[in-house]
Write a protein that binds this ligand. Structure first.
Ligand code: ADP
Ligand code: MG
Length: 267
């Protein structure tokens, strides 16, 4: 088999890839002429909490969408637990970027969480009391049990985000993909979400999140993947999240607040 070295010259061992909940090879995605993601390799370690980091427009959301088959790549392979995506769909839960969800019609919170069970129940299958109990316990896990019968559209952004996490939990997946789960949420929600993600990790699940707050990377994650259309760096936080890799990923595009965060983090 032809071995392709990754950008930093490391070649992940075959075993590491087969074991990986999410391995991406040579992924290129384009919406127009210019690729949004170009020839990207990524190997997410099993049981890790991996942050996908990069500037606005770097292709972070596009990567997740390509992994999930929501956008069609020009080229590349995605393997989930060593198998093609189609065979492993039920093992992946996805929490999209919050702004992308629009609630035009009334939907109760508990029904949003029950949507997480549709793959298991089947569209025409019957939801039973046990399913509703499970949905309620997932709401409880994110501190939203008291809101089960409220309309989702009436909740704050942070509360909605917790409900979407509860929906992902209801799926009982092995791999959790989240797109900026902390963007625009209140501090209590951020704490609740990170506690849940850490408990998933302690259960042996794998969490991959697009993350924009450089100041919390070290606290929240053990593995990072830096991207700016191309893959910039990948590895344990201590090795791959450095002044050099961040400079390379962000170039001159770090906002002054981010520079302040960084000097604090990297000091
Ligand atoms: P990120 O999540 O890192 O901010 P995205 O993956 O959303 O970046 O976008 C990467 C690039 O692709 C950006 O230049 C963005 O404008 C473009 N893009 C994203 N979605 C679409 C789309 N549906 N149609 C056309 N261009 C898009
Ligand atoms: Mg995005």
């Amino acid at each position: 088999m032809l071995e392709l070295a990754t950008a930093d010259g490391r070649v992940p061992a075959d075993d590491a890839r087969k074991d990986s909940p999410l391995a991406v090879r040579g992924l290129t995605v384009s919406y127009g002429e210019k690729p949004a993601v170009f020839s990207v390799d990524m190997t997410v370690p099993k049981g890790s909490m991996t942050a996908i980091i990069g500037p606005n427009g770097a292709g972070k959301s596009t990567m997740l969408k390509a992994v999930l088959g929501i956008v069609k790549p020009l080229s590349g392979q995605v393997e989930v637990f060593g198998c093609p995506l189609a065979d492993q769909r039920a093992r992946i839960a996805y929490v999209p970027q919050r702004a992308s969800v629009d609630w035009d019609f009334p939907t109760r919170v508990i029904d949003v969480v029950l949507m997480g069970l549709y793959r298991e129940v089947g569209l025409l299958g019957r939801l039973r009391g046990a399913h509703v109990d499970r949905a309620r316990s997932c709401l409880d896990r994110v501190g939203m049990a008291a809101f089960a019968d409220r309309q989702i559209g009436q909740l704050s952004g942070g509360q909605q985000q917790r409900v979407f996490l509860a929906r992902a939990l209801a799926q009982d997946a092995d791999l959790y993909l989240l797109d900026e789960p902390f963007a625009g949420v209140d501090a209590a929600t951020e704490k609740a979400i990170i506690a849940v993600l850490k408990s998933l990790k302690s259960e042996g699940k794998t969490v991959v999140a697009v993350h924009h707050d450089l100041a919390t990377v070290r606290d929240y994650f053990d593995h990072v993947f830096l991207i700016n259309v191309r893959r910039i760096a990948e590895g344990p936080v201590d090795e791959a999240f450095t002044a050099e890799t961040l400079q390379e990923a962000y170039g001159g595009r770090l906002a002054s607040t981010q520079v302040d965060q960084l000097s604090a983090v990297l000091a």
